[in-house]
Write a protein that binds this ligand. Sequence first.
Ligand code: FES
Length: 156
Amino acid sequence: MPTKSKPAKPKVKAILDSYQGDPSMLVSILQDVQAEYNYLPKETLTQVSQDLDIPLTRVYSVATFFKAFSLKPRGRHIINVCLGTACHVRGAVRIRDEIERELDIKPGETTEDFKFTLETVNCVGACALGPIVIIDSKYSGQMKPDKVKTLLESYD
Ligand code: FES
């Protein structure tokens, strides 16, 4: 196990400073770090642990407990395909398959150019609009496989 950490990241330092080193704000700090990098790079967790003076194991346990956090690099855009019951019966699996085919990735994976990460969710509470694809925070309802390519191409 390497013990030497990489140089501190100034953006993480600024985030930590904005919370005045308050260890009770760990989740919010990790959210801000993830918003900055799209995931939680290893060295940022070390930096957070050192700055807040809390064990690295605790930082990791929080970072791995919440599904919203990722320790792996993610794409600039996060695609969520709803596979809840209502979307499922309206063809959500075909939408997911089409996205997989277009991007050549499976759920949980990221494209080689780090443009997209594909994930699935179970019901986002908008069943009447199903099947639904959410990219970042934008909802696209009544999706059809033949709309997938155009939707994906609308992202830089
Ligand atoms: S099942 Fe997809 S929004 Fe409810």
